[in-house]
Design a protein around this ligand. Sequence first.
Ligand code: SF4
Length: 393
Amino acid sequence: MRGFKCLLYELDFVPKPMSIPDLSDEVTLARYPFLPQAKSWIASMAAKHHIDIDELLEGGMMDRARIRARSRLVDSVDSKDGVEVASIGDIHTEEGRILEAFSFYYARLVVGASEDERLISRWAQAEAERAQRILEKDSAIHVIANTYLSEIECDENGIWKMGLSDFIELCTGITGSRWRLPNCEINDGWVTLHDEGEKYSSRAKVARLLRERMKEDIKLDALEKMEKMDESLLIRLAEPVGMIRGLVASKTAETIALIGAGEEDWPPCMRKAVAELSQGVNVNHFGRVFLGSMSRCIGLPPETTVDFFRNAPDFSESTTTYQVNHLYEREYTPSGCSKLKINHNCAVQTGDDRLCDQPWMDHPLKYIRAKQRRRKRVEALGTSGEQNNQTDG
Ligand code: SF4
């Protein structure tokens, strides 16, 4: 958590406005749900429509918000342009605004539950890029600029000026000679952001600089959520977290290190499939798809997944590689416990495994999450025990 504290420390020195401007336009609040002004509006929408945490995580009313959240998360990993600007709803209706705001809220819960600061940063970056692209054309840029910057002005010709301290702090994260101070016009502590064509118009430059500040705010909020997350919420979010981690793992080389789900964390159904295949037992089609999608979600490379099938009676290197790659490319997510039980792929009876007996256990990814949490707790207890012993000695 050192990084998180450092971040808070740094933010203490970021020049920000003494007071945040009022903002009540609901379309703007839904478009930029991370704004500080959006908090009370989202809370009022939640109260008005009875959206509590159960509804958000599993309720029918929030189905579409979760779908949109999934695409927000996938875009943050998959798209080089950040999160898709267009919502799947009409933001000029209350339903569309709720969809947009709560999808952001849900996505933030999921990245927070990943407990992975790199994933949180990546998502914050993608959301901030999305906001930047909207701001380039949105008149709300004025109120948003005044929300995040202590000194910012726009003249009647649409040329923006920014306080030097804000500019210095924000431009350091941006590459390119136009963002270096010797190349800027500075008068009395103000930097003028001149027009340089459409891509670098004065307004586009403000949006780009604001992106830096928005990214830090989004990241900080998600890190705070991560800090406050309790164990039951972490477990309930195991499935979407598995989905996004699997996607990250398939897009990057950061496989097992990112996931950290060692063999000791695997659920009995996964162990059963791996053990049966290694003994040459013919695992049914459902079990094979389950094993492939589980492997993907916990970040095993496709080659390792192919290896699981090597002793299967019908093994063919080329066919298995093709099928495994297909599972990875299509981003299959594993089935839940009820389907595994129906298809004879569940490995336990009541009493065999305490975790599988829990009333909330309905997905093998939740099993892994619970195991990881339990192990972390035991390790933490071990460390504090060691420290106590050292002090005692
Ligand atoms: S109860 Fe669920 S997690 Fe446990 S073995 Fe069966 S399918 Fe797997």
